[in-house]
Structures are given as structure tokens and as C-alpha cells.
Design a protein around this ligand. Structure first.
Ligand code: 1CP
Length: 343
């Protein structure tokens, strides 16, 4: 294959001598221009829901670094908000939501077709980006996977061990399953609208997949991901999908085939050598540089990046971190990284 966007070529299974590269959380607080736009917006949710500003922060890392992909600036918690949950951000602490623990709470949620009024600004951001991005840059839309979103809705906040969600799963499996079903169908509608607005790829973030073990992993990480991907691909033939079942460990093996994902994103807990053998055999992989290296930099960063490029050189690969770039990362280290990856 010749020409075409590098990310789309990797997602189609093509091996490239220089892998395309983007970074999770590439728009964020480590960039002074992001902090300025966020200050202009006033608060984080205002930034997400103001299309001109959300598009601006999405474009900032593309202008500065020329990444191969731009990821829509939004948050996985906008969907629960559109379903009727209250959402706010405590400065310095993170997200807070109204909790969902009873059948009455579930019954109060809006239907899957009633989310678009709240989310319309997100679709407008996608439309602006589809027009504004350089022609070689791929636009990625995203949503949280149902399990990860459910952990925030049930607990009302981020939790270390997802204890409240696991507790509800055991105490009231029917309610838990009903919530997962509602999130699965709403996620399809949300992502489908992003694609109609111009997203070329979508990514499902299952940040807390690692706390699902055995049968629960199949039931609550694999099955909803498979259902979402099947329906999206039925509606949008050829749509490439990236899945990120973070900390899945052995669960990464066979995840492409089990879910229909075109690319599986890898966290830092697996070695690139192991993943090349056991995961990349089944399709494109993305990852898995330790984000801490973006803080410390130097030759250790360059060598670790080259080692990942070498490990994944025999198959389709998108270079990325194993998790988001941290606020204390040095933008100059992104230049170090890009030189190491692109040569
Ligand atoms: O400016 C700020 O202070 C807010 C920090 C921030 C940012 C930059 C939050 C709050 N969300 C985001 C944007 C965001 N979130 C993007 C934008 C695109 C990009 O990558 O550049 C994306 C893809 C997300 C996805 C997201 N939000 C995830 C999945 C990925 C991951 O990091 O595991 C999760 C779990 C969230 C919830 C969330 N939103 C924000 C925070 C701090 C958190 C984590 C809360 C926690 O559990 O501690």
C-alpha cells in the first residue's frame, strides 16, 4: 500500500518502517498553551462543551509536534452526564458524580436517543476538527468502555480498586447487568454520532479492565466491547476501532479476535517482546512506553522508545504511551521521543 494516512494504514494491518505516533492525553496540562485555553474556558467541563476551545486544545499538540493522530478533546464522563448523572470536577481531586446504586437511580437515566442534546457540542468539535486538521492527520473519537464508565457512575468518583462497582455486581447482578446494557447501547449512539461528524477511528478506553478477573473479564470487558464494535461496524462499514483494556494482562491474548478490535492498546505492565509474540500476532498494537519517561527524558527515554519500535517492527504498530502523559511531563521530551521514533 502506498500513500494514505499512516494511522489508517497501521489499523488496516500494514507494517511501516516508521510507526505512526500519537500520545494519550497529548492535549493536556503539560502544555502551556493548554493551560492558557483552559483558563480562558474557566473550568474543565466548559472547555469540553465549548467546540471552538475544545477544537483548539485538540489542535495544539498537532501544531507543536505534528503527531499522526489527533484525539477529540472530551472526557469519558460526558456520556454519564448526558444520561442524566450530575458531574462536576473538584479542583485538584478529580471527577465527582451523583451515585447510581438502586433500580430507582437507573430508572431515572435518560434513554440512549436522548443523550444528543447534551453531547451536541462534542459533535460540533468533531466537525470543526474534520475541517481544520492537516490532511495527513487522523481524527480519533472515543468513549469509555461500559465497565470503566460504570465504575465512576456507581462510586460517584474514581476509585483505586473499583470496590463499589464490584460490590454492586455481587449484591444486585440484575441491576448491574441492566446498567451495563444501558451504557453499551448509549455508547454505540454516542460513537456513531462522532463518526457521522467526521471521526475516522474510534477508541474505547477500558481503564479499569484490569480489576475484572476470569469470567467477569469475559462478561464485562470483552462482551460489551464486542457488542459495541459489531454494531458500529454494521453502521459504518470499515470503521477502525482501537480497544484499550488497560492492565488486562493475559486477557490481552486473543482480545482482537474476541472483540473485533482492529488495534489493541497496551499498558506498561506487559513487555513489548511478549506482546509482539502473543498479541501483535492477531493484529495492530499500540503502546506501551512508560509515561514516567516523558518526565525524566534523556537517553533512557530515547532508548526505551527505540526498543519498543524494534520489538514491534515485524507487524502493524502505532507508537504510543502505556497510559496518559502526565501534567509534569516536559514538552521538550516529546521532541526527544519523536526523534527516537522517526529517526
Ligand atoms: O485540565 C484538567 O485538569 C483536567 C484533566 C483531564 C483531561 C485533560 C480530564 C479529567 N480529562 C481530560 C481529557 C481526556 N480524558 C481525554 C482527551 C483527549 C486526550 O487524550 O488528549 C481523554 C481521552 C480522556 C479519557 C478519560 N477520562 C479516561 C480514560 C483514559 C485514562 O486516562 O485512563 C478516564 C478514566 C477519564 C476520567 C477522568 N477525567 C479527568 C480525570 C482526571 C479522570 C481520571 C479520574 C480518576 O479516576 O482519577
Amino acid at each position: 500500500m502506498d500513500g494514505g494516512k499512516t494511522i489508517l494504514r497501521a489499523l488496516a494491518g500494514e507494517r511501516q518502517a516508521v510507526p505512526p505516533v500519537w500520545l494519550m492525553r497529548q492535549a493536556g496540562r503539560y502544555l502551556p498553551e493548554y493551560r492558557a485555553t483552559r483558563a480562558q474556558a474557566g473550568d474543565f467541563l466548559k472547555l469540553c462543551y465549548t467546540p471552538e476551545l475544545a477544537a483548539e486544545v485538540t489542535l495544539q499538540p498537532i501544531r507543536r509536534f505534528g503527531f499522526d493522530a489527533a484525539i477529540l478533546f472530551a472526557d469519558i464522563l460526558l456520556l454519564p452526564q448526558a444520561l442524566g448523572a450530575e458531574l462536576w470536577f473538584e479542583t485538584g481531586e478529580g471527577p465527582r458524580l451523583s451515585t447510581l446504586t438502586t433500580a430507582r437511580d437507573l430508572a431515572r437515566l435518560k434513554g440512549k436517543d436522548d443523550i444528543h442534546a447534551t453531547l451536541a457540542p462534542v459533535y460540533e468539535t468533531v466537525r470543526i476538527l474534520a475541517r481544520a486538521l492537516p490532511r495527513e492527520t487522523t481524527l480519533i473519537g472515543f468513549a469509555g468502555a461500559p465497565w470503566t464508565v460504570a465504575t465512576y457512575m456507581i462510586a460517584g468518583r474514581g476509585t483505586k480498586d473499583q470496590g463499589p462497582a464490584h460490590a454492586l455486581m455481587r449484591a444486585d447482578p440484575a441491576l448491574f447487568d441492566a446498567l451495563m446494557a444501558r451504557l453499551t447501547e448509549a455508547t454505540v449512539e454516542y460513537l456513531s454520532m462522532q463518526v457521522q461528524a467526521g471521526a475516522e477511528v474510534v477508541k474505547l478506553f477500558d481503564s479499569w479492565a484490569g480489576s475484572l478477573k476470569g469470567e467477569a473479564f469475559s462478561r464485562y470487558a470483552v462482551a460489551p466491547t464486542r457488542a459495541i464494535i459489531a454494531e458500529l461496524k454494521a453502521r459504518h462499514p470499515g470503521l477502525p476501532v482501537i480497544a484499550f483494556p488497560r492492565e488486562a494482562g493475559q486477557g490481552y491474548v486473543g482480545f482482537h479476535a474476541a472483540t473485533g478490535a482492529d488495534c489493541v492498546a497496551l499498558d506498561t505492565s506487559v513487555s513489548a517482546g511478549w506482546a509482539a509474540e502473543h498479541v501483535q500476532r492477531h493484529g495492530c498494537v499500540q503502546g506501551n512506553l512508560d509515561p514516567r519517561l516523558m518526565v525524566t527524558g534523556g537517553e533512557a527515554l530515547a532508548e526505551a522508545a527505540r526498543a519498543i519500535v524494534r520489538a514491534f517492527a515485524k507487524g502493524p504498530h502505532i507508537f504510543n504511551l502505556g497510559h496518559g502523559i502526565a501534567p509534569d511531563a516536559d514538552p521538550a521530551n516529546v521532541e526527544v521521543l519523536l526523534r527516537a521514533v522517526r529517526g
